[in-house]
Design a protein around this ligand. Structure first.
Ligand code: FE
Ligand code: FE
Ligand code: ZN
Length: 287
């Protein structure tokens, strides 16, 4: 199993160099970071991010910058058809995030499709595509990976069909993909105990070639609960064995698999969770 990692922090003073070192300490060969606080759009200037230093360390380990995944801030809500200012602000933030992603030499940027609020779901999905079309340029070397959502509240992108509708309406097809989140699709109602069946559906509706990132999380809630509460691997309703099958699935070999499980007693569980997956055996996390 290769290309497994977790969400890591990126903060002053070490920025990307710190993120890379954190991932390596977990035994990871992939990582995901937010380029600042996920809930706001304040960002340090690109020149401060210690990108070269981080990439040098990463490449020294023979790891690929393409496995450095960027998660867009979740204040972006292109699905809001009720407030034009939210949509406009979302586009602005997304555009800056594309530039930052390219500066980091990353490629995949995970984006939440957003929430429709009381608006029409189809209109919302079409507006997400429109927003992407209005900011993406032909020479951008990125792929926006739409994340499959749990369907909490009025979230859109909770079915493969909804994701497909967005993709169908994006102009630059080579710059749009999907991030499959195991907690989210479980909460949305998909049965991960038949992962081959889930992949088959994904392939029929979206196309497997669009899958570019997987978020590996257990879920605190039963299938179909539409809650989106992540659990540590082996401590939730999906369970270790099913998630272990997923991370070792040959169809996901070339794709980054990213843990976003909760901290335990303020400590990152990722080193232990990655180790359990490598050993293909569940051991209690000693935190
Ligand atoms: Fe996410
Ligand atoms: Fe996720
Ligand atoms: Zn989530």
């Amino acid at each position: 199993m290769r290309k497994i990692g977790s969400h890591v922090s990126m903060s002053s003073p070490d920025y990307i160099a710190g993120s890379v070192k954190e991932a390596l300490a977990y035994g990871a060969d992939a990582l995901m970071l937010y380029t600042g606080a996920p809930q706001n759009s304040f960002r340090a200037p690109i020149s401060q991010l210690r990108i070269e230093e981080g990439l040098t360390i990463w490449k020294e380990h023979d790891y690929d910058p393409v496995d450095i995944i960027i998660h867009c801030p979740y204040i972006i809500n292109l699905a809001n058809t009720l407030k034009p200012e939210t949509y406009e602000m979302g586009k602005e933030v997304l555009r800056k995030e594309i530039d930052r992603t390219m500066a980091i030499q990353a490629r995949y940027m995970v984006l939440h499709p957003g929430s429709a609020l009381t608006g029409d779901v189809t209109e919302s999905l079409l507006q997400v595509a429109r927003g992407i079309n209005e900011v993406l340029r032909e020479d951008d070397n990125v792929v926006i990976a739409l994340e499959t959502m749990a369907g909490k509240g009025s979230e859109v992108g909770k079915t493969f069909e909804e994701i497909r509708l967005i993709i169908d309406n994006v102009i630059y097809k080579d710059k749009i993909g999907v991030c499959l989140d195991t907690c989210h699709i479980h909460d949305a109602g998909y049965d991960l105990s038949d992962f081959d069946g889930v992949l088959r559906q994904f392939d029929e509706i979206i196309g497997l070639e669009k899958l570019c990132v997987v978020h590996v999380n257990d879920s605190k809630n039963v299938r179909g609960a539409h809650k989106d509460r992540h659990a540590n691997i082996g401590y939730g309703e999906i369970g270790f064995d099913i998630l272990n099958t997923i991370v070792h699935h040959p169809a996901l070999d070339s794709i980054a698999k990213i843990l976003e499980t909760p901290y335990i007693n303020k400590q990152a569980p990722y080193g232990y969770e990655i180790e359990n997956f490598r050993n293909e055996q569940f051991r209690e996390i000693p935190l």
